[in-house]
Design a protein around this ligand. Structure first.
Ligand code: SAM
Ligand code: GLN
Length: 276
């Protein structure tokens, strides 16, 4: 069977099992199995060999059973990067690119900015910022050792210098950074406990501790960020679409200029706030 036919069949199979974006998923999995890109896929004339056919079949089954496609391919595109992902570390989401864009805008006028990404996961935000702003000194933290390890692997693979440290929020940062940080950026866990059970299987494939959270984490983050930011420095956070008001009122207590930014779907997605 030619790739085009094979993809059509696989897509129909995924669709019957209720998988979102069945065609794109079939293409991604087949590109992964064949180690090729989209052009290679559609110009290919040979059939799959037995091993490739088996591997493709197995990937389709696992996807239908709820394994995220990123865990099958081991990677995820984010902003202008390709990141390694692993089970046990949160898979970066496209909506977080909004946070990256907002963050980059906030430091546009700052020369050699000092940036801290709190709860970095794969390193997505920190690395995307370093990629766009090679002059920035970028730090990243995460409580989860698996995340710290993977963020370091991604930094090394991409040749981007980011200082990744393990610990709670901003605590692992070097002490002499106090008062010198231009931007604290974070996509913290914000899914309410009661929404967790209703999430699709591929979202629940992310570690629970990376997902579940709420106002408390923003309170602690705001309190700590004020101690590390310089005067006029900015805190930029991703939020749950329904949490705009709650998080805004938390940030208003210690910050000025609190603003909501929407994503492409028009939902509240990012808040920025300036240290007075
Ligand atoms: N920034 C990454 C991204 O956007 O793809 C990961 C975001 S994930 C929603 C939240 C991350 O915060 C997880 O990697 C989790 O381990 C980390 N985390 C949770 N609580 C934390 C804390 N108190 N201090 C530092 N990191 C924390
Ligand atoms: N946007 C994620 C989701 O898929 C949640 C991210 C987070 O908790 N920060 O629900």
């Amino acid at each position: 069977m030619r790739p085009a036919q094979l993809i059509a069949r696989a897509a129909a199979y995924l669709e019957r099992h209720g998988v979102d974006s069945p065609r794109a998923t079939a293409e991604i999995l087949l590109m992964h199995v064949l180690g090729t890109d989209r052009v290679g896929l559609y110009t290919r004339v040979e059939r799959l060999d037995a091993r490739q056919a088996r591997e493709f079949g197995r990937a389709l089954c696992q996807r239908c059973a709820g394994t995220p496609v990123q865990h099958l391919t081991g990677e995820q595109a984010f902003h202008r990067l390709r990141l390694e992902v692993r089970p046990g570390v949160f898979v970066p989401r496209p909506e977080t690119e909004v946070l990256v864009e907002v963050a980059l805008r906030e430091i546009r006028e700052v020369e050699a900015p000092v940036v801290v990404d709190v709860g970095t996961g794969t390193g997505a935000i920190a690395l995307a910022i370093k990629r766009e702003r090679p002059d920035a000194a970028v730090f990243a933290t995460d409580v989860a050792p698996e995340a710290v390890e993977l963020a370091r692997v991604n930094a090394a693979r991409l040749g981007l210098e980011v200082d990744v440290r393990q610990g709670d929020l901003l605590a692992p940062l070097p002490d002499d950074l106090r008062g010198w940080v231009d931007l604290v950026v974070s996509n913290p866990p914000y899914v309410p406990e009661e929404e967790y059970e209703d999430l699709p299987a591929e979202v629940r494939a992310d570690p629970r501790e990376a997902l579940i959270g709420g106002p408390e984490v923003y309170e602690r983050l705001a309190a700590e960020a004020t101690r590390w930011l310089r005067d006029g420095g900015v805190l930029a956070v991703e939020i749950h679409a329904a949490a705009g008001e709650a998080v805004r009122s938390i940030l208003r207590r210690s910050f000025a200029d609190v603003r909501v930014h929407r994503d492409l779907a028009g939902r509240d997605r990012v808040l920025t706030a300036r240290r007075p």
